[in-house]
Design a protein around this ligand. Structure first.
Ligand SMILES: NC(=O)c1ccc[n+]([C@@H]2O[C@H](COP(=O)([O-])OP(=O)(O)OC[C@H]3O[C@@H](n4cnc5c(N)ncnc54)[C@H](O)[C@@H]3O)[C@@H](O)[C@H]2O)c1
Length: 285
C-alpha cells in the first residue's frame, strides 16, 4: 500500500463494477462505488470483503490489504456523493449510449483527473461527446472475472491525450494487469479477433470440415488455446456473439456477417450453455 495507490471511483456495482472496485481496493487504493439500486447496493460491501477474504485464504492477498479493503471501501447511491478530484472514475453501467452519456456528464462534474469507460463495444469517440474534456477520457476494457483475467484493453479516442494514456497504463500496472493500447475502432482488438475466430469455426462446421469437437480440439491441442472457439461461443451466448457480429459486419464488412448456421441456431433458441444446447450439449450441467 503506498501514497501512489490513489483514490478511485467506480460507477455501477454490477458484475464488472464489483470486480473493478475489488482489484483497485486490493492494490491499496481507496475505492468508492456508486450503485443506485438499493438491494444491489446493500450486498456490495459484503461481496467485496468476502472476495478479499477468499484471496487471503488462497495466499493471493495479504491480511493487511484485506483489512484495507474492509476499512476503506465506501458504497454510495449517487455520483454526486463521490469526492471531488479523484484520481480515476471508471463507469461500468449498462451498455446504453444515453445512460452512459448521462453518467459521464455527472462524473465529469466531480472533476476527476481521469475518466475510464468499461464499454465492451461502444466507440470511445461517441461516448466522449458527453464530455467537455474528452482528453481525460479513455476506454478501460476489463474482462470477467476482473480479479482473474490479466488483460486491460485501453482504447484511445481521437481526443484522448498522451498523458491520459500514460496515466491509465500506470494504473493498469498498479493493479497488476497487462495493458494493450488500441485505437478507437469497432470491436477494439479483443472482440474483433475473438469473434473472427468464432465465426470461421462456425463456417467450418457448416462446410463439414470436421465435427465441432474436433475443430475445438484443433485449437486447444495444436495452438494451446485454453478453450476452443465453439465452446467459447456457447459460453458467451450464440445470440450475444450474433449481435456483435451483426454490428461488426456493418462497420468492418461482410467478413463479419453471421453465418447461416448461427442465424438458424439463434432462431431455434439454441443459444449455448444458457439454454442447454449450442454447438455442444450442456443439458447435464
Ligand atoms: N459482463 C461482462 O462480461 C462484461 C465484460 C466487459 C465489459 N462489460 C461492460 O461493462 C459494463 C457493465 O456491465 P455489467 O455486466 O457489469 O452490467 P450489470 O448489469 O451487471 O451492472 C450494471 C450496474 O450499473 C448500475 N447502474 C444502472 N444505472 C446506473 C446509474 N445511473 N448510475 C450508477 N449505476 C447504475 C446497475 O444498477 C447495475 O448494478 C457494460 O458496458 C458492459 O458492456 C461487461
Amino acid at each position: 500500500m503506498s501514497e501512489s495507490s490513489g483514490a478511485i471511483g467506480v460507477v455501477g456495482g454490477g458484475t464488472m463494477g464489483i470486480g473493478i472496485a475489488y482489484v483497485f481496493a486490493a492494490a491499496g487504493s481507496t475505492v468508492t462505488i456508486v450503485e443506485p439500486d438499493e438491494p444491489r447496493r446493500s450486498g456490495l460491501r459484503t461481496q467485496i470483503v468476502e472476495r478479499a477474504e477468499k484471496s487471503v485464504a488462497r495466499g493471493k492477498l495479504t491480511a493487511e490489504l484485506a483489512a484495507h479493503v474492509a476499512d476503506t471501501l465506501r458504497v454510495v447511491a449517487d455520483i454526486d456523493d463521490l469526492d471531488v478530484g479523484l484520481d480515476l472514475v471508471v463507469e461500468a453501467v449498462p451498455e446504453i449510449v444515453d445512460l452512459k452519456h448521462a453518467v459521464l456528464r455527472k462524473i465529469e462534474a466531480r472533476e476527476p483527473k481521469l475518466i475510464g469507460s468499461n464499454t465492451s463495444a461502444l466507440a470511445i469517440g461517441l461516448l466522449a461527446e458527453a464530455l467537455a474534456h474528452p482528453d481525460r477520457f479513455i476506454g478501460m476494457h476489463f474482462f470477467n472475472p476482473v480479479w482473474a483475467m490479466p488483460l486491460l484493453e485501453l482504447i484511445a479516442g481521437d481526443h484522448t491525450s498522451d498523458e491520459t494514456v500514460s496515466a491509465a497504463q500506470a494504473l493498469g500496472a498498479q493493479i497488476e494487469k497487462e495493458t494493450i493500447l488500441v485505437r478507437d475502432v469497432p470491436g477494439f482488438a479483443t472482440s474483433r479477433l475473438g469473434v473472427a475466430l468464432g465465426l470461421e469455426a462456425i463456417r467450418m462446421v457448416e462446410d463439414g470440415v470436421a465435427s465441432a469437437e474436433d475443430i475445438d480440439r484443433a485449437m486447444v491441442l495444436g495452438y494451446r488455446h485454453p478453450m476452443g472457439p465453439l465452446r467459447l461461443t456457447d459460453l458467451v451466448g450464440i445470440d450475444v456473439r450474433f449481435h456483435i457480429a451483426t454490428q461488426l459486419s456493418e462497420s468492418l464488412g461482410p467478413r463479419f456477417e453471421p453465418p447461416q448456421l448461427m442465424r438458424e441456431m439463434v432462431e431455434r433458441g439454441d443459444l449455448g450453455q444458457k439454454t442447454g444446447r449450442g454447438f455442444f450439449d450442456w443439458s447435464e450441467q
